[in-house]
Design a binder for this molecule. Structure first.
Ligand code: AHR
Length: 523
């Protein structure tokens, strides 16, 4: 890298001084790629819970709220720039009692069912309505139309707890059979969807260790084999995803893979991904917005555990799956705060994301990128009006949260080659947290480097050295604000990224409590 002085045209962020004097160093090895950053790593999760589907996504065709066939237009418009690759639905635990047949056919004739979450003490207090009694207004056709509007692939989670395998393969038939071929394809066509949905991603259950059937891992392995022993393909190479561990439960992974392959390792060919769920929880007594500096550091440190979960489960899978045919799918992740900031009392698990959540988004996506050879899909939980959400909506009000901005900034990594990085920065004193971390990827001559600085009030100056390439120019996009800052209906622009000035190479100063993207053009 040529150590030229920066053109200090940005917000004073680009320093013109010797790289040697920097407090921290980031090395990017552009000639050491280790895998493609699948766009699917930036996926989303939506469940029939609280205000996610009803109000968040579905407002209805007759609503005064601008909509596209009943789907909230502002959500569609806001999602498009993120290039959302894949959206998981209908749960979560809701999926474990969902009969897909309830959600097809003329909307007025669809049955009303108790929502899985109806017994949650919080929901019992909610007024009667779609949060409590599932009206099935939003079913398979509506979900796939939503995916098509935003350019995402659908990822359907099948109910393995309360429906037999026949219903699973008939759901595939309904979705994927060519028009005119089967009676179920005729049913889909009658709903206005002649073109098959070509659904590739299928979850074979959800949290089968808990709400998805309370199985032991060996029992679930037998069920997985039974449910996937025969499935109609209709020309779609199905990507079947097994219900993996809750956080650090290595025993679940180890015992599943042992039992799953007891009749031979050919079983591994049936599984595309092994789903890991990790919620880093919350910290202290506060909720999403009300937290201390200690809470900030402690939650960020907890969220970094995703890295060892990936490597530990990967190692356990490799004891049996020595060629690593099966990849990890982190199809639920995020912070799960105490209640108190939901935009409506009936919106179970609704929370208001702050800069703390934005940093968790950044450092988690960076972790997935650094393990792009192991993780192939991830779905942040959940898209709107829920845990770690990107959007909040209530009736005609809609706002993008801090998490949204991180996903928008990180979209530049999608489809690029992940390249090796080495970060060295003084750790945060007494907080079990590194000083700087991030990830890098290369697409042609465009190098994208994303970096999180978790320090609440100290900027971090770092030498950015691009090994194996020469830097022509560098631009910055930065999300930085007070640690409690968040966007609300009243102040939707309180937190938003700003673009920094151009620079050649050398030293960059990362703002406190920030997520930064450096767009580096190589010669
Ligand atoms: O995202 C909320 C819930 O968390 C999901 O329904 C479940 O899968 C997980 O336990």
């Amino acid at each position: 890298m040529r150590r030229r002085d920066f053109l200090a045209t940005g917000a004073g962020l680009l320093a013109s001084r010797s790289a040697r004097a920097a407090q921290a160093h980031i090395e990017v090895f552009v000639d050491e790629p280790f895998g493609a950053i699948s766009a699917d790593l930036h996926g989303h999760f939506t469940e029939h819970i609280g205000g996610v589907v009803y109000d968040g996504i579905w407002v209805g065709e007759d609503s005064k709220i601008p909509n596209i066939g009943g789907i909230r237009a502002s959500l569609v418009e806001a999602l498009r720039p993120l290039k959302p690759p894949v959206i998981r639905w209908p749960g979560g635990c809701f999926a474990d009692s969902y009969n897909w047949r309830d959600g097809i056919g003329p909307r007025a004739q669809r049955p009303r069912r108790a929502n899985f979450w109806i017994n949650d003490p919080f929901m019992v207090k909610a007024p009667d309505g779609p949060q409590k009694y599932e009206p099935n207004w939003f079913g398979t056709n509506e979900f796939v139309r939503f995916c098509r509007l935003v350019g995402a692939q659908p990822y359907l989670a099948a109910d393995l707890r309360s429906l037999p395998p026949k219903d699973f393969y008939e759901w595939i038939d309904y979705c994927n059979a060519p028009a005119g071929l089967t009676s179920l394809a005729d049913l889909r066509t009658a709903q206005g969807d002649k073109e098959p949905f070509a659904v590739r991603f299928w979850g074979v259950g959800n949290e089968s260790w808990g709400c998805g059937g309370d199985f032991a891992p060996d029992e679930y392995a037998v069920e997985f084999r039974r449910y996937t022993a025969w499935l109609p393909q209709f020309g779609v190479h199905l990507a079947l995803i097994g219900s993996g561990p809750n956080g650090g439960d290595i025993d679940w992974t180890r015992r599943f893979f042992a039992k799953f392959t007891e009749k031979g390792k050919h079983a591994l060919r049936q599984m595309y991904g092994w789903a890991l769920h990790y919620y880093c929880g919350t910290s202290g007594k506060g909720q999403a917005v009300d937290f201390t500096v200690d809470d900030w550091y402690s939650l960020l440190a907890k969220s970094t555990r995703i890295e060892s979960l990936i490597t530990d489960h990967w190692a356990a899978m490799g004891e049996i799956d020595t060629e690593h045919r099966v990849k990890l799918v982190v199809d639920e992740w995020g912070a799960w705060h105490n209640p108190g900031t939901e935009v409506h009392p009936a919106y179970l698990f609704g929370q208001m994301p702050t800069m703390r959540d934005a940093l968790i988004s950044g450092l988690t996506l960076d972790t997935f990128h650094r393990h792009a050879d192991k993780v192939t899909v991830s779905n942040v939980a959940q898209m709107i009006n829920n845990l770690h959400c990107l959007f909040l909506a209530h009736e005609d009000r809609f706002v993008a949260t801090t998490n949204y901005h991180v996903f928008e900034m990180y979209a530049a990594h999608q489809g690029a080659k992940a390249v090796r990085t080495v970060f060295s920065a003084p750790p945060i004193a007494n907080k079990s947290l590194w000083g700087l971390a991030g990830s890098a990827s290369l697409k042609g001559k465009a190098l994208t480097l994303t970096v999180v600085n978790p320090h609440v009030n100290e900027a971090r100056e770092a030498e950015v050295a691009v090994r194996g390439g020469t830097v022509r120019s560098m631009r910055a996009r930065v999300l930085a604000a007070d640690i409690h800052a968040h966007n609300t209906f009243a102040d939707p622009q309180a937190v938003k990224p700003r673009d920094g000035g151009a620079a050649a190479s050398g030293v960059y100063t990362f703002a406190p409590a920030s997520v930064t993207r450096l767009d580096v053009e190589l010669t």
